[in-house]
Ligand binder design. Sequence first.
Ligand SMILES: Nc1ncnc2c1ncn2[C@@H]1O[C@H](COP(=O)(O)OP(=O)(O)OP(=O)(O)O)[C@@H](O)[C@H]1O
Length: 245
Amino acid sequence: MRWLGRPARPAPQPADGDTVLEFDGVGRTYPGPPPVTALRPVNLSVRRGDFVTVSGPSGSGKSTFLNIAGLLDTPTEGRYVLGGVDVSSLNDAERTAVRGRRIGFVFQSFHLMPHRTALENVELGMVYGGVPRRKRTERARRALCGVGLGHRLDSLPSRLSGGERQRVAIARALAVRPTLLLCDEPTGNLDSATADAVLALLDELNEQGMTLVVITHDAAVAARGTRRVTIRDGVLSEPVPATAR
Ligand SMILES: Nc1ncnc2c1ncn2[C@@H]1O[C@H](COP(=O)(O)OP(=O)(O)OP(=O)(O)O)[C@@H](O)[C@H]1O
């Protein structure tokens, strides 16, 4: 197991074209009182096409990690480079713009708008993704067809199964053509057969080249990753692949 804490690396390395996410000594301490260090300074590099799972028990720091990776929160130390952009130094508006264009989110509870159809939900997801209005409908249609929901474009979420709702959410995330798909317990609200189908879709997306970071407390979900990072008491670690030993 390799501890991903701050090593004796002298200076941050420039992100190459294949590096999607780069954490350089990124840490987060909540001020309290008392102060809580929820994420210990960590170095982590996620490359294009990686499928990284981050798992750990309750309170270990998963949400803290997710919020920072997803630009929903800022680290209290370190430097975060996303797709070649140093996002540590951005103001709120710039961070929101980068988030909308580069990160697709998939949440446990889908977060669909109940009075909007599947197609409209996916279209609306593109508003903050910088996709011109005239392109949104066609792109939404294609994204929904891509997740096997071409026949459900006009359905309201209440008429869809849990698995179909999560597919809409995945289509919404993909429609902005993000650099990174960030999933928070994506199967947490699904029965096991439906969860398997959603995980198979994530596998397929990864095979097509999508970079995935999936936060989970479920060992079976964690096992799907090609890189399995664990977090415990705010410390991220990753087993060293056998070939690298
Ligand atoms: N806003 C906050 N202020 C102070 N402490 C916080 C805050 N948010 C989280 N924490 C603390 O930071 C630690 C990590 O919390 P975090 O929510 O990241 O864990 P988690 O692994 O996502 O937990 P769970 O699986 O239960 O959601 C915990 O000790 C938690 O109590």
